[in-house]
Ligand binder design. Structure first.
Ligand code: G3I
Ligand code: 9MR
Length: 554
C-alpha cells in the first residue's frame, strides 16, 4: 500500500479572539469535513467543510483549509479531521493575547544592557549587570579631530541587538520606531499595561519606559561636535556563550555612517512627538530629541554617502546598506510630521518613494505608515491620495497573495530570508495600515493570518515565540537563554524563522530537519541563521499583537 504522509493540523496555538478570523491548515486527506471539539468533553460543537487541496509552494505541501470563524463562544477547543491526529488544544477568548502582548515587550527588558535584572522583575531569569559601556573607545574608523582614536566615551543602556551582546544603531532604528508606532496607534492598550519592570510605578506607560531605555542609549551615539552618529557599539568579536557579566571584552564605537544618522534622525523625530506629552515627567526631553534629529539630518545632508565598511579588526554584525534613498525618505517624513516644515516633505520625494514591507535595510514603508497615521494633521503640501494609494496598493498585493495561498498567508518563496518571521510580521503591519484606512475587514483577516503563521500555522508546526503555544521554540540562539543554566528559554522572543540559506550550517553539529524553504528551520542553539532572536523581529510582534487586540471587533 502507498505511504501517505498524514502530517499534522497546524493552527495558531495561542488562540483566537472571539470575533477573529479562524483558520487551520489540514494535510491533504480524503476527508472533506472537519469537526471542532470541546477539548474537555470531546463533544462536537461545530462541523464544517474543508476546502479542496492546494499546494503551498514554499512548503511544497498540499493542504486543505478549515475555517471556523463562525465559532465565537469562548472555550478550549481541538480540531478533528478523519485520518489525522487531533490538533493542539487552543483557546478562543477575549484575553488570549494578554500574556503574549506583555511578554513580547518584556523581552526587551530581558535584553537590557548595563543593568542587573532583579528577581522581583525577572523571576528565575534574574541576572547580574553586564556591559556598563561607560568606558567605550572611539575606534579608529570613527575618529575625528574632536574625538581622536582611543577617546573614551560613555554610552550606557540600550538593548542588546539579538542573541549577541552588541548594539547597532541601524537595527535599533526600525525596532524602536516600530514600538513607538505601536504606542502612537494603540495608546489605550498600553496605558493599562503593567509589565513589572523597574519603572512600572512611575507615571508613564511601561512600554514608553522600556523604549526610553534604548532611546537614552541612542542619544549617546551622536557625536555632539558634528551631529554624526556612530554605526555601532561593539566588541571586536562575538562573545562566547556566556552571561552578560562574563563578557568583558573592550567595547568600541565604530564609524559614523549616513544610514545611522538617518535612522537615528527618524527615530528621534518620532520619539520627540510621542514624549512631548510627557514634558512634566521628562522636562526638555522632547526638545532634545528633536534637536538631535535635526542635527543628524544636517550631518547626513553634508555626508550623504558614507557607507559602513567593516574594519579589518571588527567581526561583529554589519547592518551594511548601500542604498539609502529609503533612509532619506523615512527620516524626512518623520521630521516633516514632527516639525510641520514643508521642506522635509519636499525632501522626502513622496512621488518617487514606493511602499514596501519594511526591514532593517529597507525603511521607506515606515514613512508611509507614519504619514497615513498622521494624515489628518499634515500640511496642505502632503498628497493625501498618494498616501492612501501607497498603503492600499501594497496591502492589496499582499492580500492577493494571501487569498491565493493554500496556507492563506502572504509569505512567498523569496520572503524566506534570515529573519523570515519578521517578514511575515511586517507584512501583517502593512495589512493593518490598510484596515485602519479603509475599515475593510479582509485586510484585518489577512493580518490575523500573519500572526497565526508565526504562532503555529506554518510548515514547521512550531509556535515560534518562546514560552507560547503547546509546541514552541525551545533553543533560541540567545546567549542568556543558553548560558543561564535554566532549561526554559527566556519567554516572549520570536525566533528568526525558516531560512533556506542555512548560513550557520558549518557551525551546527546537527543538520536542519529539511531543506525545503518554509521548513528550513532548526530549533537548536547553534542556528543563528534560523533560530536567533532580535529586537527588530520582536518589535513587529509587539505591534501586530497590539493591533489585533485593538482592532478586532468585540
Ligand atoms: O538582500 C538579499 C536579497 O537580495 C537576496 O535575495 C537574499 C538571498 O539570500 O539575500 C538577501 O540578503 C540577506 C540579508 O540578510 C537581507 O535579508 C543576506 O543573505 C543575509 O545573510 C543577511 O542576513 C543578516 C545577518 O545579520 C547576516 O549579516 C540579517 O538580515 C540580519 O538580521 C542579521 O543580523 C544579525 C546581526 O548582524 C548581529 N546580531 C544578530 C542579528 C540577527 O541575526
Ligand atoms: O552569535 C552570532 C550571531 O549573533 C550573529 O547573528 C551571527 C551572524 O553574524 O554570528 C554569530 O556568531 C557566530 C559567528 O558568526 C561564527 N562562529 C560562530 C558564532 C556563533 O557561535
Amino acid at each position: 500500500s502507498s505511504v501517505v504522509n498524514l502530517g499534522l493540523i497546524k493552527l495558531n496555538q495561542v488562540g483566537f479572539l472571539p470575533a477573529a478570523s479562524k483558520l487551520a491548515v489540514v494535510p491533504e486527506v480524503a476527508a472533506t469535513a472537519f469537526q471542532l471539539l470541546d477539548s474537555d468533553t470531546h463533544r462536537v460543537v461545530y462541523s464544517g467543510e474543508l476546502t479542496s487541496a492546494a499546494n503551498w509552494v514554499p512548503a511544497q505541501e498540499r493542504v486543505k483549509l478549515a475555517d471556523f470563524s463562525g465559532i465565537t463562544e469562548p472555550g478550549i477547543y481541538q480540531l478533528r479531521v478523519e485520518g489525522v491526529e487531533d490538533s493542539h488544544s487552543f483557546p478562543i477568548g477575549t484575553e488570549v493575547y494578554r500574556d503574549l502582548a506583555a511578554a513580547s515587550i518584556k523581552a526587551f527588558y530581558y535584553n537590557r544592557a548595563g543593568t542587573a535584572l532583579l528577581s522581583q522583575h525577572a523571576g528565575i531569569y534574574a541576572r547580574q549587570a553586564g556591559h556598563p559601556d561607560t568606558q567605550v573607545y572611539v575606534h579608529g574608523s570613527a575618529a575625528s579631530q574632536a574625538r581622536p582614536e582611543g577617546t573614551v566615551i560613555s554610552s550606557p543602556k540600550g538593548w542588546y541587538d539579538a542573541g549577541d551582546y552588541n548594539k547597532y544603531i541601524v537595527n535599533s532604528g526600525i525596532s524602536t520606531y516600530t514600538l513607538l508606532a505601536a504606542y502612537e496607534h494603540f495608546p489605550l492598550l498600553f496605558n493599562e499595561q503593567n509589565l513589572n519592570i523597574p519603572e512600572s510605578n512611575d507615571d508613564m506607560p511601561d512600554l514608553l519606559d522600556e523604549i526610553l531605555w534604548n532611546l537614552e542609549w541612542m542619544l549617546t551615539m551622536q557625536d555632539p561636535h558634528d551631529g554624526g552618529v556612530y554605526h555601532k557599539l561593539t566588541n571586536k568579536n562575538f562573545d562566547g556563550t556566556v552571561m552578560p557579566h562574563q563578557a568583558t571584552s573592550q567595547r568600541y564605537v565604530v564609524q559614523k555612517t549616513t544610514a545611522a544618522a538617518l535612522d537615528f534622525a527618524a527615530v528621534m523625530a518620532t520619539a520627540s512627538r510621542v514624549f512631548a506629552a510627557y514634558e512634566a515627567q521628562r522636562p526638555g526631553l522632547a526638545a532634545q530629541m528633536r534637536e538631535a534629529a535635526e542635527s543628524a539630518w544636517a550631518w547626513a545632508q553634508t555626508n550623504p554617502a558614507v557607507f559602513y565598511v567593516q574594519p579589518a579588526d571588527i567581526r561583529t554584525g554589519e547592518y551594511g546598506d548601500r542604498s539609502l534613498a529609503d533612509e532619506f525618505a523615512w527620516a524626512a517624513a518623520e521630521l516633516y510630521i514632527t516639525t510641520g516644515d514643508d521642506s522635509y516633505y519636499t525632501a522626502m520625494n513622496a512621488a518617487g518613494t514606493e511602499n514596501t514591507v519594511s526591514s532593517w535595510g529597507d525603511v521607506r514603508g515606515l514613512a508611509w505608515i507614519s504619514l497615513a497615521h498622521h494624515r489628518d494633521n499634515l500640511t496642505d503640501l502632503a498628497d493625501q491620495d498618494l498616501i492612501a494609494s501607497r498603503v492600499t496598493g501594497l496591502a492589496n498585493s499582499l492580500h492577493n497573495t494571501w487569498q491565493a495561498s493554500a496556507y492563506r498567508v502572504s509569505m512567498q518563496t523569496n520572503h524566506f530570508v534570515w529573519g523570515s518571521n519578521s517578514v511575515a510580521l511586517n507584512q501583517g503591519i502593512v495589512l493593518v495600515q490598510a484596515y485602519r484606512l479603509s475599515g475593510e475587514r479582509r485586510y484585518l483577516d489577512a493580518a490575523q493570518s500573519m500572526l497565526d503563521y508565526v504562532l503555529g500555522r506554518n510548515a514547521t508546526n512550531i509556535a515560534q515565540v518562546t514560552g507560547f503555544g503547546t509546541r514552541s521554540t525551545l533553543h533560541p540562539h540567545h546567549r542568556p537563554s543558553e548560558a543561564d543554566g535554566i532549561e526554559a528559554p527566556i519567554p516572549g522572543f520570536v525566533a528568526g524563522g525558516p531560512n533556506p540559506g542555512q548560513q550557520d550550517r558549518s557551525d551546527c553539529p546537527v543538520s536542519y530537519p529539511s531543506a525545503v524553504t518554509a521548513r528550513s528551520y532548526l530549533d537548536h542553539y547553534c542556528s543563528y541563521a534560523s533560530n536567533e532572536i532580535a529586537i527588530n523581529w520582536n518589535a513587529p510582534l509587539v505591534y501586530l499583537v497590539a493591533a489585533v487586540q485593538a482592532l478586532t471587533p468585540v
